[in-house]
Design a protein around this ligand. Structure first.
Ligand code: ATP
Ligand code: MG
Length: 651
């Protein structure tokens, strides 16, 4: 089987010297404490926040009802913790740097500015009837008002539900209805790369005939005129001008809801995950501080969108609670060219970059010259999130982007987990390309077989579960507690089931092998998709690969690989390429994994957050093309035409 024993890449001395956690021994000591004395550990971590009333209890867990409470009796406010404390101590420090869609255009917002803007928006929301506990749906591109409105909701105790501004009107409508939002916030339009997303027009369609939504607040991002319905639609800037920048923070109970956020929809219909205040904030602040080893002078650049949980925890809440300068990036990594991320890094002297494998793969495809012509000297740490990072891509990130100088942190987590659960601590944890390495403090990963038996020891694989609660865990799916119980707690009693498959190697390092729904059972052998895909991506011609199973007469399941090749290789004869790729997998993993079919395509179906949608590919490869499942999250439906034409098996 695949090589699991990768050489350990040691920590970098220059980094470790200044790090919060300086050695593996220090990590292990702290980890043991977090597991043996969780209450003492988390109570200490909670002290980094400002509480109006300190918690009376640390945790109260009802496994029977799947009802978890952290920091009970505590009262706090998320916006206060993100803004006011810093606005008082260092008002002139930059909180947010807005990197606009137009290359080279930036705006800085200090903690003092942020306080005023958020206060104004909070007063606008109140004037529009928003009260504690009400839901507000935010459908905005990456403009500063997105941060202001999220924090304004938090300030007055309203629950925000951010919907990524690439979603269709039907998808938005569904989310508005599911969360019962009474106010919708959007923009006249949203520039993104070379395009303009007509957000207001989409919002209008989404709320058509809905009496639920009483007001639509519209951010003026461009000069474009849009129809405004009298008595329902209001320009946000005009509304803000009517109000003061001072708005008292509502002191919330730890377990009061902070936000609802829908998952990416990789495995099915998106789920409306509910996070509460105290536990989520403590967890986001703690993980951000340690996993990114945050220092006061950092300029932190996460290239994700606030419409995903990565944006919530690690563009907004985590960084601002730590008083960090955080970048909001309105554009895409390839606009106007594949040098964009490096330009932002150089222009802003960013010290940390956090992005997704899908973005890295799209840049590798364009060649190293784009990276090499930038300086990147300011960078000291690189992070990855969203999908398993192929070892080949990891090495490129480490060697080419980071010039071997910057540690790479591959962070495994989910919308439901609120924050990072498995990741190295840079400075402490030696890494291995492709492994998320070791659990964060207080996190106890458990591997179980399909019958629910715990698999002990190292050098084993199974279903990845979590044995105990952690503060940042989701409390429910909004309005659907039964679905919450069934999705996460029914399959393996008393364990949180992640839906991911995982291997724990001989060193106790964790490797995510893909979704368990996607596992291939070939002649009785279980293969994770990530392993086979990484073998393909290691071939010099391959840009991206997605592997799925299909019914096979002899083997039970056949292996079908969908592959995109790099631009320079597109002319190569496809017959030969297919043969070479089959050979590649045979050589790297073994004959059992050799794909029965390799389909060369121009694009793969992805979620709007950039993840490969294998559930659709599986159906296509199996010839079940009548119903491809929930397509609301599919970023570019036009890729399906080519796939259907090329990949439907002969009948
Ligand atoms: P849905 O739950 O609707 O199917 P989703 O699981 O893609 O969608 P998210 O919560 O955005 O929604 O993604 C979490 C999932 O992303 C994880 O369960 C895992 O499969 C994958 N993932 C995230 N980070 C990593 C990582 N560093 N390594 C491997 N996989 C990762
Ligand atoms: Mg999921």
């Amino acid at each position: 089987m695949a090589q699991t024993q990768e050489a350990l890449i040691p920590t970098k001395d220059a980094f470790s010297r200044k790090a919060h956690v300086k050695s593996l021994e220090d990590y292990q000591r702290l980890y043991q404490r977090s597991i043996q004395q969780p209450e003492a550990f988390w109570s200490e971590m909670a002290e980094q926040l400002t509480w109006f009333h300190k918690p009376d209890a640390i945790m109260d867990l009802d496994a029977e009802q799947v009802d978890f409470s952290w920091f009970g009796g505590g009262k706090l406010n998320a916006a206060y913790n993100c803004i006011d404390r810093h606005a008082t101590e260092r008002p002139g420090k930059v909180a947010i740097i807005w990197a606009k869609n137009e290359p080279g255009e930036y705006e800085s917002i200090t903690y003092r500015d942020l306080q005023h803007h958020v206060g104004r928006v909070a007063n606008v929301l109140k004037a529009h009837g928003v009260r504690k506990g009400d839901r507000v749906c935010i459908y905005l591109p990456m403009v500063p008002e997105l941060a202001y409105t999220m924090l304004a909701c938090a300030r007055i105790g309203a629950v925000h539900s951010v919907v990524f501004a690439g979603f269709s009107s039907e998808a938005l409508r569904e989310r508005i209805l599911d969360s019962g939002a009474k106010v919708l916030i959007t923009a006249n339009e949203g520039p993104r790369g070379p395009k303009f997303v007509p957000t207001k027009a989409i919002a209008d369609e989404a709320v058509e005939g809905l009496s639920l939504v009483e007001s639509i607040l519209v951010v003026r991002r461009t000069g474009k005129e849009v129809p405004m319905l009298a008595g329902r639609d209001y320009w946000l800037d005009a509304e803000m001008a009517k109000h003061r920048g001072v708005c008292p923070a509502e002191w919330m109970d730890s377990e009061d809801p902070l936000f609802i956020l829908y998952t990416s929809g990789s495995t099915g219909k998106p789920k409306g995950v509910l996070h509460t205040t105290g536990g989520y904030l403590v967890y986001a602040a703690t993980t951000f501080r340690y996993v990114f080893d945050i220092q006061p002078e950092d300029v932190y650049f996460c290239a994700a969108d606030l419409g995903w949980v990565t944006g919530h925890s690690y563009i907004l809440y985590g960084p601002l609670m730590n008083g960090t300068t955080t970048v909001m990036f309105e554009s895409t990594p390839t606009f106007p060219d594949a040098g964009r991320l490096w330009r932002v890094v150089d222009d802003l002297k960013a010290t940390i970059l956090y992005t997704a494998p899908t973005a890295l793969r799209s840049l590798i495809k364009e060649g190293d010259a784009w990276v090499k012509k930038s300086s990147r000297q300011s960078l000291r740490l690189l992070g990855s999130v969203g999908e398993p990072i192929n070892p080949e891509v990891w090495r490129w990130y480490h060697d080419v982007v980071g010039e071997g100088r910057c540690p790479v942190v591959d962070t495994w987590w989910q919308t439901e987990t609120g924050g990072i659960l498995i990741a190295p601590l840079p400075g402490a944890t030696p890494t291995k390309p492709g492994s998320a390495t070791l659990p964060f403090f207080g996190v106890e990963p458990v591997l179980v077989d399909d019958e629910g038996r715990v698999i002990e020891g190292n050098g084993v694989s199974g279903n990845l579960c979590l044995a105990r609660s952690w503060p940042g865990q989701a409390r429910t799916l909004y309005g659907h507690h039964q679905r919450f119980k069934e999705t996460y707690y029914a399959r393996f009693p008393n364990l949180y089931f992640t839906g991911d498959g995982c291997r724990r190697d001989e060193d106790g390092y964790y490797w995510i092998t893909g979704r368990v729904d996607d596992v291939l059972n070939v002649s009785g052998h279980r293969l994770g998709t990530a392993e086979v895909e990484s073998a393909l991506v290691a071939h010099e011609a391959v840009a991206e690969a997605a592997v799925v199973g299909f019914p096979h007469d002899l083997k039970g399941t056949g292996v079908c690989a969908f592959v995109t090749v790099k631009p320079d290789w597109q002319e190569s004869a496809s017959e030969q390429m297919v043969g070479a790729l089959k050979e590649q997998v045979r050589h790297v993993i073994g004959p059992i994994a050799t794909p029965d079919r390799v389909v060369l395509v121009n694009g793969l179906p992805k979620t709007r957050s950039g993840k490969i949608l294998r559930r659709m590919l599986r159906k296509i490869a199996s010839g079940e093309v009548e119903n491809l499942g929930d397509a609301s999250t599919l970023a570019d439906p036009s890729v399906l035409d080519e796939l259907l034409a090329k990949a439907t098996p002969p009948q």
